[in-house]
Design a protein around this ligand. Sequence first.
Ligand SMILES: [Fe+2]
Ligand SMILES: [Fe+2]
Length: 383
Amino acid sequence: MDIVTNLSINPRVTRLNHTIEQIANTAVRSWDRAMQQAGLGGRKGYYDDEHYEFEGGEQHNLRTKHYDKSLRLLWKAEEHAPWSSFRDCTRDEETMLAMTKKSLSKEERALRTRLASKEFAQELDQHYTMRQKQAIVNILSLIGHGEAYAWLVSTELLNEVRSTGGRAALTMQVLEEAKHFVVLRELIRAFNCPVPRMNAWEYVLLERIYKSKGLEKFFGMNVVVEGFALSLFGMMSPLPGLEMLKLFHRDESRHTALPGNYLKEFPLSRWQMSNPANRMRRLVTVLAALPVLLHVEDDLAVLGIDAFDLAGSLARKVLKLSERVGFRLPMSYDHAGLILNKLFNAYCKSTREGFAERNFLLSETTVGDEELELEQEIFAQVA
Ligand SMILES: [Fe+2]
Ligand SMILES: [Fe+2]
């Protein structure tokens, strides 16, 4: 269609309007620059409208490694948890699902139909005792509450990161944390056991991270808490009924890789990396995560898992990740590992009969080839 314009406008008025705008533009931007230089505020939006880009540039790599990849790996709860209340598949995806169902063998179809019904809860009853179910709920709810804070923290971090690619990456994390929170909540509730509140140690840890300043949130959330979640998902996904935790594990592995990829483009200053107050705060954050695990020592034991194997496996990964990203601690990472191992052994010696000392930092609690391979990519330098 051709565009026909026969509207009459006054070119002189148009020119005048444009001139007024240019004067106003110079005035408001100069004012904001001056206020910024004086430390009195200035422009709030870190957006470079002159280049149609967020400040920090395009950062194509960050976008493809996180935003594109997240979209490519986006999973739908309706497909993986057909028993849940989620109806998030598109019409095309529903058609694909129906076609897949048709190609299933008789037994496979029966299994799927069974799981698609309200009988999922009964399915869980067949696999677990009441105590085991409560143990799973107690452990999973640690992450459930963590997901709520991951959602809160990533929303704030979204306004701390620079560049179009960086913001696109964080936007996907916000979306995935929202999905983790709502989907995990339904999975936990399907166990029909009371869901505990956050324990005091987790409360202190998560509040502390939420209140941490600027990019330090990357350390508390993406390194410590997501490292924690990654380890728990990697440990529990082989349990019957919890297979979908593999998908959570895959998302969290991307989140733990984000600080490294982001800080490669926008490195921390020497001062941010190494100032004594930051180093000490990080150490306290790592130490604050330990009593959270102690609180579920009995629940882990019910599932045949030693809390200190998990703590050791987790500590090794978190320390290596911090080292790679550049979040320094008051001591070397090796030294921190030694201290933690001593602490673990001292606790076990005083509380367990016939305990023989061992190096918990060599433990590996993640199971499943796919999960181990993914973790290997992130913690490439982990022994
Ligand atoms: Fe998450
Ligand atoms: Fe996450």
